[in-house]
Design a protein. Structure first.
Length: 308
């Protein structure tokens, strides 16, 4: 099932490939330049229809798949972001093909950048990969401009040597730090320190009024500030309601939820555990003695959804 969302840029619209797009794609690939880097050219309409059919049968992770690239209602290209058929581990791979009639205007870069941002930001992927033929210098230059790193080479897709590129998420727009003011530093450290440590955070800084833990580029602070204006946190009042943190698996969510009661946390919505957030949302909701709520969310794909 081809299930990616529509993506709109300044000049382009990328929408999920459908059967109705088949003849427009056949027309695109009638130009030999569209498949000049393929092992087998796709100028023959039957081959193009077979290729479209394979793409329509895609059944991979939600949010990925195959897109048609349109400009002013005209189909000008084809693109994909889906698990690689060539690289190990089913890493997400990007690809794009743009009509030569629309070349030289930065449209391929615009489409590829939009797909890359969709993957790294919209889907939260840890990486996006690209395989570019050794002879396709223009496409190599394009992915380099988008920040892809050349990490090696090899023979791929039956069409000879390719360069292997990878793009990684940027820190731009990510949380720098989160600061929680607490009435009792020792009590807060007991609950937050245990939980964050279990989730891979490490102590970062310590001073008389506070302590922080760091995970990647982000750190979380708990502090008994001298500027504190009250002694009680109200999660239902305007302000912070709760923090939600990823957990590697559903089994790990269960384990943490069970152990949390020994470290200053109490379960919330226990009668609906672990689906208080919905049938497809496996999570534990906990509250500590100071009224702070945390939500521990199992990463997608780490188990089945609730039956029934």
């Amino acid at each position: 099932m081809n299930n990616p969302p529509e993506i709109v840029t300044a000049r382009l619209r990328l929408h999920a490939l459908t059967e109705a797009d088949t003849e427009a794609i056949v027309k695109l690939f009638a130009d030999p330049a569209m498949s000049s880097h393929f092992a087998v050219p796709l100028t023959e309409p039957g081959r193009v229809r077979e290729m479209v059919g394979r793409r329509l049968s895609y059944d991979g992770p939600a949010g990925m798949g195959h897109w048609v690239i349109e400009r002013d209602g005209e189909v000008v290209g084809l693109a994909h972001l889906r698990p690689s058929e060539e690289l190990p581990g089913e890493v997400p791979e990007i690809g794009y093909y743009l009509s030569r009639a629309h070349g030289g205007q930065g449209l391929a870069t615009e489409a590829a950048r939009a797909l890359l941002e969709h993957g790294l930001v919209g889907l939260g992927l840890s990486s996006v990969w690209a395989l570019v033929g050794e002879s396709n210098v223009a496409s190599q230059n394009l992915v380099r401009r988008l920040g892809f790193l050349d990490v090696g080479g090899g023979d791929h897709y039956g069409s000879g040597p390719h360069r292997v590129f990878v793009a990684l998420p940027s820190d731009h727009g990510r949380a720098h730090h989160i600061e929680l003011w607490v009435s009792d530093l020792g009590r807060a450290e007991e609950s937050w320190g245990w939980l964050l440590g279990e989730l891979g955070w490490r102590e970062f800084q310590r001073w008389p009024a506070g302590v922080s833990w760091k995970h990647g580029a982000t750190y979380l602070v708990v502090e008994r500030s001298p500027a504190l204006s009250g002694e009680e946190h109200q999660r239902t009042a305007p302000g912070l309601n709760h923090l939600a943190l990823h957990v590697e698996s559903r089994d790990r969510v269960d384990e943490l939820a069970s152990k949390a009661v020994e470290h200053g946390w109490s379960p919330m919505f226990a009668d609906k555990y672990p689906y208080a957030g919905g049938d497809h949302h496996y999570a534990a909701y906990l509250e500590n003695a100071d009224g702070f709520e945390v939500e521990l969310v199992a990463l997608p794909g780490t188990g089945v959804t609730r039956p029934g």
